[in-house]
Design a protein around this ligand. Structure first.
Ligand SMILES: Cc1cc2nc3c(=O)[nH]c(=O)nc-3n(C[C@H](O)[C@H](O)[C@H](O)COP(=O)(O)OP(=O)(O)OC[C@H]3O[C@@H](n4cnc5c(N)ncnc54)[C@H](O)[C@@H]3O)c2cc1C
Length: 507
């Protein structure tokens, strides 16, 4: 058989997408393929992207990166979920936990027992049945248990980290595994006259970089996929109208090592504001803050002023403005170019999913690695999966906007009244009528996540699972025991800060 292996890969861009791809290719191809990354210091990176979801742990594990090294090098903190403040209604808060609520004790799902108990006067919230919330609210952190009998087996976690430090860390990792880095600005993209396949990129100093396979990690510019190959953009801004962000890190009231659990929270906070929402992401050395907003309703300067007036501590540096549009490229893989990261699409960071989508495209690339024949069936399968994955996440993010009950600002009136994708409308309707959660193929967010948002944003079902009435079980005692066991276990854990110090002391 002819040797049709890919012999060279050029990664265009050195943000999180570029270096995550470089690290994985360096790790898996083991010096048997020339992997080069080109990036431009002059252009720089987006540089935000500090909150993640649990699958990031799998990415690091696949690379063989230990948690202690990762947490130390990226000044990471732990994330047990997101606290949503003023979503649903002003003055209301809820927690989107990593993990589940309670533990199944009957055929009927736990939340139906809680909803029935609530009808009978139970005051404990849904959050009170989530282990992740018990730990988060207490400012603690611990490791999930592998024993399914323990309530500590019912939570999961991810990280907050400094995206710039992560890219540097992965750069060292990738270069140690043979990836070469070229500094330079791409000025031309050269394509085959007949096939349109990309053959090389030309730098503005006259150098040319050729490869068999190109990974477009050039960020919003999408130089190869959107630019040279002209893959169309699918616009979702009518569902996700926020199109700007201003970011402004702050210090912990001047203290470098905040021990105050209220400040060093093991969770992200998202607070709904007049024209969007504000994030708060605690790292070891600073707090990441930003205001994601809709430019139709708020001017940039005003957004920056509002954000500055709502920080916990002194601002570190000047505000940084970002422009974007929700949507994705119609195809993530075209000819011999695969888009990873912002080059392939963007969903606003409400559920911290962009880094996950980078990881998802890298993992599909590994599962569908091409030869130089570039079989169209391979790219078609990649694109099919990428589209479903992204649309499922899109729907989950839209859910937060659609279920908004505030009518104090035009953005919220618009999103509450908008028509949503049919796939989402069906899920909302189903939950509203019966309290049941429909899981779909390739849903990144499990039913427990959907439940947290439905209930958190006050979309209470009109009826419950009819099976409940046949069971003759009053779940109230069981739920109370569960809450007690969770509170007990949370109280025994170390503080978030102590957990990190203990971990980073180990090598
Ligand atoms: C406001 C905001 C908040 C976010 N928060 C989160 C979050 O909490 N969690 C999360 O998971 N994600 C988040 N994201 C998304 C996250 O920032 C990105 O997914 C991630 O940074 C990947 O970016 P990237 O590498 O695709 O692009 P970039 O960081 O833009 O990198 C592009 C690279 O391409 C290079 N390049 C571009 N043009 C050229 C050229 N002509 N020649 C040479 N090189 C070139 C640049 O130099 C750079 O190295 C957020 C995004 C935004 C906008």
């Amino acid at each position: 058989m002819a040797d049709n292996r890919i012999r060279s890969i050029l990664i265009v861009g050195g943000g999180s997408a570029g270096w995550m791809t470089a690290a994985m290719l360096g790790h898996l191809l083991k010096h048997n393929c020339a992997v080069t990354l080109v990036e431009s210091d002059e252009i720089g990176t987006v540089g935000v992207g500090e909150a993640t979801i649990p699958p990031i742990r799998l990415f690091n594990e696949t690379l063989g990166i230990t948690e202690a090294d990762f947490v130390r090098e990226t000044k990471a903190s732990f994330k047990l979920g997101i606290e949503f403040v003023d979503w649903g209604r002003l003055g209301h808060r809820y927690f989107h936990q990593f993990g589940v609520h309670g533990r199944a004790f009957d055929t009927v799902a736990v939340h139906h027992f809680w909803l029935r108990a609530r009808e009978m006067g139970e005051v404990a919230s849904l959050d009170d049945h989530a282990m992740a919330w018990h730990i988060a609210a207490a400012g603690k952190m611990g490791r999930p248990s592998a024993d399914p009998r323990s309530v500590l087996s019912t939570f999961n976690y991810a990280y907050h980290f400094d995206a710039g430090l992560y890219a540097q860390f992965l750069r060292r990792f990738a270069e140690a595994r043979g990836v070469s880095r070229v500094e330079g600005k791409i000025a031309a993209i050269n394509q085959h006259g007949e096939t349109g396949f990309v053959e090389s990129v030309g730098l503005d100093d006259g150098r040319t970089l050729a490869a068999d396979l190109f990974i477009d990690c050039s960020g919003f510019r999408s130089l190869l996929l959107g630019g040279a190959l002209g893959v169309p953009w699918v616009d979702w801004s009518h569902w996700l109208p926020c199109d700007r962000a201003v970011a402004m890190p702050s210090s912990y009231d001047g203290s470098a090592l905040p021990n105050e659990p209220a400040a060093f929270t093991p969770f992200t906070r998202s607070t709904a504001r007049e024209a969007g929402w504000q994030w708060r992401i605690p790292l070891q050395h600073r707090i990441g803050n930003g205001y994601v907003y809709c430019s139709q309703y708020l001017e940039d300067a005003r957004a920056a002023d509002l954000l500055a007036s709502r920080l916990d501590g002194p601002a570190l540096g000047e505000p940084r403005f970002l422009k974007f549009q929700a949507g994705m490229r119609a195809r993530h893989w075209e000819k011999n170019v695969i888009g990873v990261g912002l080059a392939s699409g963007f969903l606003e960071p409400l559920e911290s999913t962009s880094i996950h989508l980078i990881q998802a495209n890298i993992s599909k690339l590994m599962g569908l690695f091409p030869t130089r024949a570039f079989d169209p069936a391979t790219s078609a399968e990649f694109n099919r999966i990428a589209t479903i994955e992204t649309e499922r996440i899109r729907d989950f993010i839209i859910l937060h906007y659609k279920l908004m009950q505030r009518d104090d600002a035009p953005l919220w009136r618009y999103t509450a009244g908008m028509t949503v994708p049919e796939t989402l409308a069906l899920k909302i309707e189903h939950f509203r009528s019966s309290g049941r959660l429909i899981a779909r193929e390739m849903d990144l967010f499990a039913p427990a996540s959907w439940l947290a948002v439905h209930i958190g944003q006050l979309n209470f079902p009109e009826d419950l699972d009819p099976l409940l009435d046949y069971r003759g079980i009053d779940g109230r005692d069981w739920l109370a025991k569960l809450r007690g066991a969770m509170a007990h276990e949370a109280a025994r854990l170390p503080s978030h800060r102590a957990y990190i110090e203990q971990m980073c002391g180990q090598r």
